[in-house]
Design a protein around this ligand. Structure first.
Ligand code: ATP
Ligand code: MG
Length: 353
């Protein structure tokens, strides 16, 4: 397996929950991220999916140091970012860059694209001497498929997809090794989404990048991810190689998410059993005891309220090298096989005997 470039361990972010305006009193905690572990290997794409509010963006912000973790470690090539400050932190941070969700609000409308893409050089002048910046910015425009002659244009003169290309060019300016992309295509038209994903795919090979690619649903990350982690209420509940997650999910939450993935073929749609989750996601200020998914889980038993399931290969699933052998945080993890009627289509989750 390739070298581990990022190792995240026990990552926690709790925001104080306060009451009152003048005399703010802390009355609890918003557990936005509540114990996340994963490893990102060189050259791979780790997809992270989960419903709104499960903590995806908070994880992303901690990876690029926009938020300081409440607890846990983020190791970049073995060095824990959460323990670094000042110059040492700045030097490491350069290697981990973010691409944001909304290309409409994340670009300053009063700056030219040349200034937007070149802005990281103001923070890291050692990367590009002043006289060399415009040449580099033009090269970056070309790399992401935009016309270098448009260097003096403003964001509003570009389409949504083109603006996300500008965001990607800015993310590449410092030649990082890791890109954290927080829902980079969610704000774009479906027809444009594939173009941006293809571009990111190409850039990954060209620049030897490792990606953490965040999305709302499993269908978007499918094409780009080598491994996928599924988040629920501040934690990863299942993580594994692409085929393991899509074809042999073992966590009830992943199975429910997969059963909701749209199927284009009507015949396949009819044969598929849909799992409808009841109830709402609990509030991150009031996380259920034991397994946090139990309040919506059709398999929940007493044990689930008492014991927090660890994220590990479920021992009872037998064959440790089999397709179901990947980490799943469920006391009653059960391998189901997802039949596919055609590549890319997900049909009927059936329990395997
Ligand atoms: N600065 C903050 N202060 C207080 N609570 C916050 C803050 N940022 C995020 N939260 C809360 O933390 C939880 C996780 O938020 P986060 O933005 O990480 O979710 P997300 O998975 O990215 O959601 P979405 O899919 O909608 O982008 C939410 O309940 C959110 O309201
Ligand atoms: Mg988000």
């Amino acid at each position: 397996m390739a070298e581990a470039i990022l190792e995240v361990g026990g990552l926690v972010k709790h925001y104080p929950l306060t009451q009152g305006i003048l005399f703010r009193k802390q009355i609890g905690a918003i557990k936005a991220v509540d114990g996340v572990d994963f490893t990102l290997h060189r050259g791979e794409t780790l997809g992270i999916v989960g419903e709104s509010g499960c903590g995806k963006s908070t994880v992303a912000k901690m990876l690029v140091n926009l938020e300081r973790p409440t607890a846990g470690s983020i190791k970049y090539k073995g060095e824990d970012l959460t323990r670094l400050t000042g110059r040492a932190l700045k030097a490491v941070r350069r290697n981990i860059q973010m691409v944001f969700q909304d290309p409409y609000t994340s670009l300053n409308p009063r700056m030219t694209v040349g200034d937007i893409i070149g802005e990281p050089y103001d923070i890291h002048p050692e990367v590009a001497p002043k006289g060399d910046r415009r040449r580099r910015v033009r090269e970056l425009l070309d790399v992401v498929g935009l016309n270098p002659e448009h260097i003096n244009r403003y964001p509003h003169q570009f389409s949504g997809g083109q603006r996300q290309r500008i965001g990607i060019a800015r993310g590449l300016a410092l030649r990082p090794e890791v890109i954290v992309a927080d829902e980079p295509v969610s704000a774009l038209d479906v027809s444009v989404q594939a173009q941006v994903i293809n571009l990111m795919d190409r850039l990954q090979n060209e620049f030897d990048l490792s990606y953490v690619f965040i999305a709302h649903d499993l269908s978007i990350v499918r094409h780009i991810s080598d491994r996928v982690g599924v988040m629920y209420l501040g934690r990863i509940v299942e993580i594994g190689r692409d085929a393991e997650i899509y074809d042999h999910p073992t966590h009830p939450y992943t199975q429910a998410l997969l059963s909701a993935v749209p199927v284009p073929d009507p015949a396949a749609r009819d044969r598929r059993e849909r799992i409808i989750l009841t109830g709402d996601v609990p509030s991150p200020t009031n996380v259920p005891s034991g397994c946090r998914f139990r309040t919506r889980c059709w398999k929940a038993e007493d044990r689930c309220a008492q014991e927090v399931p660890v994220l590990a290969v479920p021992a009872h699933l037998g064959d440790p090298t089999g397709p179901a052998a990947h980490d799943s945080a469920c006391h009653f993890a059960e391998a189901v096989s997802i039949r596919r009627s055609a590549p890319g289509q997900t049909v009927l989750p059936e329990p395997t005997p």
